[in-house]
Ligand binder design. Structure first.
Ligand code: BGC
Length: 707
């Protein structure tokens, strides 16, 4: 690639560092893109020097853009096509937050695999996924795009996604290169308001927030996207500590770093760049390779080089990384790699892909409540299906650009395959219900929740309850004196306190994607047994936020012993309504007999433990066995519990299974005040259970031993 680099003029080199939308290449420049072009400040000639494209509709558009580009560009260096394939292309999988509830890394990998195969038919080469931002504030709309509040689960699933996308190598047809985002700490946006200030100590950044991105990089992610926020007062996009010291030096990352949309220019609004020229200077010095959707580099780097403010070596390094990526993607051999109208017809939304979507959806719903065995339903029951999701097909969730609700079945359509007695009213208006039909039914299924535009980017909320209308409707249903099953649709943990006692059962589905309705019906009728576990705590009220299971103890932990001067609220409990790792099943599991082989062990030795899981029911079921630790005394305060391992196991009815785990030294390491990551001797508690609150525990001791 070096010889190619040498043939490029400075302007052509910088072009490789610019990413713009597809219409720039194929629209009639004078007529159609005059406005955006003018705004971007680049000429038609420069368009045919740019390096990559953001978003593409389908194979036909990709082929047209690439062809036009190659015709007009001097060196015929193919464009890379990048897009947001977040939880599926057209076969839509559960939103990432829901996929996290599956606690099933293999399923997450399979979802990413199918996403790659489908997206590649449109000639897409890079996906802006996974989002590895740790999320602990449900007001932030982007919690829907991530894997929740726990660093370990987040890291495991982010890595699975990368492996699913990149599979046998990014040079092969059918595989995408993965761009992990948003580096770093974006999930900490203050008060859950998107794009807001982030302020975090370096210790905690390393302790909890970086590991998700790092695991994705260790799994081979080829690109990193910077985040919109500040870290230590400096925007991530121009943050030398993040991009050079950490990514390049410490992690030895040699892939491409791309900004988020407009985030290089936004350093001006942050008040850390004077103007675009200053932003370009800071970006290239910090180690930013590609700028997305703006042209500050193109406009300003040539002058900055002339003025000796930027060493052309920095530009060469960035361009070389982009060219290497193109080479590794196989684009010099086939610039249209993957794009095929025939393959689109053959592969996109294929039966096989939809079967995977159903498989993932079945494990991504969480049964939050099931009193009086209200669930499962049986087919003889007369059903009243009500609420704003009764016949709504829009269950694909945010960030599903290529997907369409048209490809989904609605709940009422699928319900009618299960029962001959179905009354449907898709409002939340108690007066609109047919009184006779309601009284004639045996069970009310109320399907309500957020619209998909209520979560995702720029969709933060201060009130995370169901709407007033939905809550009042649920309360009013009581008068029919029937069992009430609440089926929830939402992109974030909700405050369900106002409705939890109004219903007999609650199934949290988030947004389950293309096969949402089929999965929900199979779960309601016990053709599948719920097995999802919450990846984020559901607060009792918005005032508790942030509330997460892996918090610190404080110096005055609440012990409910009458001592007033402890850490608690006068008007609310400390714990969430539903905690991380929680989720019910139709099976009745009982855990016992925690055995730890080596309760006293030397540093570096592996801990071996086992627990018995008994299924005391007539129904086979999956259970997620979770292993947590607490480091009792350390150089810095450690969380009261931290997930260190989990296994999802099938336990047949009335059978018992012994589940084994091994914890190596990694499980006991933490970041010390000098940022050194290591374990220390001392006492730990091991907790094993089927949620973060329902556990059996035992103390173990690490001795310094021989290193
Ligand atoms: C989002 C990114 C996304 C990018 C490109 C931005 O607004 O923050 O997550 O990948 O747009 O669509």
């Amino acid at each position: 690639m070096k010889d190619l680099l040498e043939r490029l003029t400075l302007q052509e080199k910088i072009g490789q560092l610019i990413q713009i939308a597809p219409f720039f290449y194929i629209s009639d420049v004078d007529k159609n893109v005059f406005g955006p072009l003018l705004e971007l400040g680049i000429s038609e000639e420069e368009i045919f020097m740019t390096g990559s494209v953001l978003g593409i509709k389908d194979a036909t558009e990709m082929i047209e853009v690439q062809k036009k580009y190659l015709e007009k560009s001097r060196h015929k260096i193919p464009l890379i096509f990048m897009a947001d394939i977040i939880h599926g292309y057209q076969t839509i999988f559960p939103v990432p937050l829901a996929m996290a509830a599956s606690f099933n890394e293999e399923l997450v990998r399979k979802a990413a695999r199918v996403s790659s195969i489908e997206a590649q038919t449109a000639g897409i080469h890079v996906t802006f996924s996974p989002m590895a931002d740790l999320t602990r504030d449900p007001r932030w709309g982007r919690v829907v795009e991530g894997f929740g509040e726990d660093p370990y689960l987040n890291g495991v699933l982010a890595a699975s996604m990368v492996k699913g996308y990149q599979h046998t190598g990014i040079d092969k047809k059918g595989n995408l290169a993965s761009c992990v985002k948003h580096f770093a700490g974006y999930g900490l946006s203050e008060a859950g308001r998107d794009y807001n200030t982030v302020d975090i100590s370096r210790l905690n950044l390393h302790q909890y927030y970086l590991s998700g991105y790092k695991k994705a990089l260790d799994a081979g992610a080829r690109l990193v996207m910077t985040s919109f926020n500040l870290i230590e007062g400096i925007p991530a996009t121009t943050n030398k500590y993040l991009l050079r010291d950490l990514l390049r030096e410490e992690y030895q990352f040699d892939g491409v770093v791309i900004s988020d949309y407009d985030s290089l220019k936004e350093t001006i609004e942050h008040g850390t760049s004077k103007d675009e020229k200053d932003a370009a200077l800071k970006g290239i010095k910090a180690g930013l390779d590609i700028e997305m959707a703006t042209a500050a580099y193109l406009r300003n780097l040539p002058t900055l080089v002339k003025e000796n403010k930027v060493d052309v070596k920095l530009i060469d390094e960035a361009v070389l990384r982009v060219l290497e990526l193109k080479k590794d993607l196989g684009l010099f051999d086939d610039p249209f790699k993957g794009a095929s109208v025939l393959d689109e017809k053959r592969l996109v939304l294929s039966e096989q892909h939809q079967a995977v979507a159903l498989e993932v959806a079945l494990e991504s719903a969480v049964l939050l409540k099931n009193d009086h065995e209200a669930l499962p339903l049986n087919k003889a029951l007369k059903i009243a299906l009500v609420g704003n999701y009764a016949s709504n097909k829009d269950t694909i969730g945010p960030w599903s650009w290529h997907g369409s609700p048209k490809d989904n079945a609605s709940l009422d359509e699928v319900f009618s395959r299960y029962t001959a007695h179905l009354y449907v009213n898709d409002t939340c208006d108690i007066k609109a219900l047919d009184e006779r039909e309601m009284l004639n039914s045996d069970v009310i299924v109320v399907a309500v929740g957020e619209h998909r535009r209520e979560s995702g980017e720029a969709h933060s909320k201060t009130n995370i309850r169901l709407s007033f209308e939905q809550e009042s409707f649920i309360k009013a249903l009581k008068r029919f004196n029937k069992k009430i099953i609440l089926v929830l649709f939402n992109g974030r943990p909700l405050d369900l306190t106002p409705v939890v006692n109004e219903v007999d059962a609650m199934l949290e589905t988030f947004f389950l994607g293309t096969k949402s309705s089929e999965a929900i019906l199979m779960l309601l009728y016990n053709e599948a047994n719920p097995s999802g576990k919450l990846p984020m705590s559901f607060p009792r009220s918005v005032g508790q936020i942030p509330v997460y299971y892996n918090h610190l103890n404080t110096g005055r932990p609440f012990k409910n012993d009458g001592n007033e001067y402890t850490s608690f609220y006068l008007d609310e409990k400390n714990d969430p309504l539903y905690s991380f790792g929680y989720g019910l099943s139709y099976s009745k599991f009982e855990l016992s007999n925690l055995i730890i082989k080596n309760t006293i062990f030397n540093k570096g030795e592996t801990i071996q433990l086992s627990i018995d899981v008994k299924n005391n029911s007539d129904i086979d079921g999956y259970e997620v066995i979770q292993v947590y630790i607490r480091d009792l005394v350390a150089e810095v305060s450690r969380p009261v519990k931290e997930l260190k391992a989990f296994k999802k196991v099938m336990v047949k009815k009335h059978e018992m299974l012994r589940v084994y785990f091994e914890l190596d030294d990694e499980a006991f390491k933490y970041v010390h005040p000098n940022l050194c990551y290591d374990s220390d001797e001392g006492d730990f508690i091991i907790f094993v259970g089927n949620s973060s609150t329902s556990v059996i525990d035992q103390k173990i001791t690490m001795k310094e031993g021989s290193k």
